[in-house]
Design a protein around this ligand. Structure first.
Ligand code: SF4
Ligand code: SF4
Length: 276
């Protein structure tokens, strides 16, 4: 249930968390501050605003939590805007799960065009099966709890008894929500010391980048890419500029792919494994 009062403190806030919001900073747009994102739904809840404007505001949020961590009131902005999206938008279509190819407890989840299961099999000296996904195992549906449960039941049945080996935040979120065994590829391959990043989303943890220079999202968030690819690209280009000539390492293959497309020089666990 969405309540008007939940949005009020942000709607009347003098943008005190603007500086940590990766969408506000990355795009430089006043319409993309946490205050602005919360004002659209607040106006709609009051009966003054347009429903489509409320949804467009909510779709700007990548749910990174940076504003809540900076906020003296700890307002749960990401969660509130996720609820708005769930209420005002249709659930996204989710691609059918591809058949698992090969045998073995481990299943390499290929979430971009690179094939790395054979290389992992060689490095671990144990069989590794593989599966391909182009929508991060349907991560965008997690915004819609009523639809998500059906999808998660399918995912659970599809991968029952296996351990997923993952490289991106979206697939990781799906595996966690489905209660599946999962490992991040960075945990399995060596050398780890050179690439000490284990978190499934590396936005704030790009190796070699001071925490103060890092933004919590580079724009590779599945929902933002789907709904506002123009802003996702602006964020990626801004992040690439902050990173400089690089190269830097990211533990998340989706972030690395997005940042490379935006001009940054970024390696990820798949490139470490393949030696590319
Ligand atoms: S999260 Fe806190 S700091 Fe940010 S806009 Fe809302 S009230 Fe202001
Ligand atoms: S959760 Fe992240 S993207 Fe959303 S408003 Fe807060 S800082 Fe911005």
């Amino acid at each position: 249930m969405i309540a008007l009062r939940d949005f009020e403190s942000c709607a009347f806030c003098p943008k005190l968390c603007r500086h940590v919001c990766p969408v506000a900073v990355g795009t430089g747009r006043e319409a993309a501050t946490p205050t602005a994102m919360m004002t659209g739904p607040w106006a709609w809840l009051q009966g003054h605003g347009d429903q489509s404007l409320a949804l467009r505001s909510a779709q700007l949020c990548v749910d990174c939590g940076a504003c809540s961590r900076a906020c003296k009131l700890q307002r749960p902005v990401g969660e509130l805007l996720r609820n708005v999206r769930a209420q005002l938008s249709e659930p996204p279509s989710v691609e059918a799960l591809a058949p698992i190819q090969g045998i073995g407890e481990y299943v390499a989840v290929h979430s971009d065009s690179r094939d790395w299961a054979a290389a992992l099999e060689a490095q671990l000296d144990r069989p590794v099966a593989q599966v391909r996904t182009s929508d991060q195992l349907g991560a965008a549906v997690l915004d819609h709890p009523s639809e998500a449960e059906t999808h998660l039941a399918r995912v659970r049945a599809h991968f029952a008894g296996r351990t997923l080996v993952l490289t991106d935040r979206g697939s990781w979120a799906v595996a966690q929500a489905a209660g599946l065994q999962a490992l991040h590829l960075a945990e399995l391959i060596s050398p780890l010391d050179d690439h000490a990043v284990h978190h499934p989303c590396s936005g704030p943890r790009l190796a070699g980048v001071p925490a103060s220079d890092a933004l919590a999202c580079c724009g590779a968030h599945p929902g933002l890419l789907q709904n506002r690819p123009d802003l996702a690209e602006e964020m990626g280009r801004a992040q690439a500029q902050r990173l400089g000539a690089g190269p830097v390492s990211s533990s998340d293959s989706a972030c690395a792919t997005h940042l490379r497309a935006c001009g940054a020089s970024v390696t990820d666990p798949v490139s470490w494994l393949l030696g590319t």
